[in-house]
Design a protein around this ligand. Structure first.
Ligand code: MN3
Length: 210
């Protein structure tokens, strides 16, 4: 993530709206990206509009330096900056289906920490399906390169001072309901085939270098 600051902008999808079919159809991507994600960007900018001293903070700083925020906007910043961060990364770490397996050092780490890709997939799936209500399931790395699966509720992010997010799956109903109705499992199973493993690998390499 580049250190962008206010006013935050909607990042265009790095692929066409029909690129993720049939797992995610065009309508789902338009509604999710153009409306839901955009709303978090707009709301975050609105929240920060009257706080010039906060406008110099990056997205990561807004999410990690809560004590620097005026008390009255902390909850709104947490929810909307989280929504911006999570959605930008979610859309960026998917691609048209093709390569289905992890690569490089990340592939090695998955074997080391989970025994086998299939075990990792099972645990990631359980995290996504087991997240009660709206939220996210994450694969993150700590600074030593240990991989951890996490869940967060709503638009919360993992502790970015401890972890580098590598992958995440949005399990808010808005991510899948148009297409899958209540079948979250079918959506999550499809998501595994959209993972942009090269980008996840790049993020992992950065995580262990820093
Ligand atoms: Mn979403």
């Amino acid at each position: 993530m580049s250190p962008e600051t206010y006013p935050f902008v909607v990042r265009p999808l790095p692929y066409e709206y029909d690129a993720l079919t049939p797992v995610l159809d065009e309508e789902t991507l338009h509604v999710h990206h153009d409306r839901h994600y955009k709303t978090y960007v707009d709301n975050l900018n609105n929240v920060l509009a009257d706080y010039p001293e906060v406008q110099r903070m990056s997205l990561e700083q807004l999410l990690t330096k809560v004590e620097k925020l005026p008390v009255g906007i902390r909850a709104a910043v947490r929810n909307n900056a989280g929504g911006v961060f999570n959605h930008a990364l979610y859309f960026d770490t998917m691609k048209e289906s093709g390569m289905q397996a992890p690569v490089g050092k990340l592939a090695e780490a998955i074997v080391q920490d989970f025994g086998h890709y299939a075990n990792w997939r099972d645990q990631m799936r359980q995290a996504a399906l087991g997240q009660f209500g709206s939220g996210w399931a994450w694969l993150v790395s700590d600074a030593q390169g240990k991989l951890i699966i996490l869940q967060t509720a709503n638009q919360d992010v993992p502790d970015l001072l401890l972890y580098t997010p590598l992958l995440l799956v949005d399990v808010w109903e808005h991510a899948y309901y148009l297409q899958y109705r209540n079948k979250r499992a079918d959506y999550v199973d499809g998501w595994f085939g959209l993972i942009h493993w090269k980008k996840a690998e790049r993020r992992y390499e950065e995580a262990i270098q820093n």
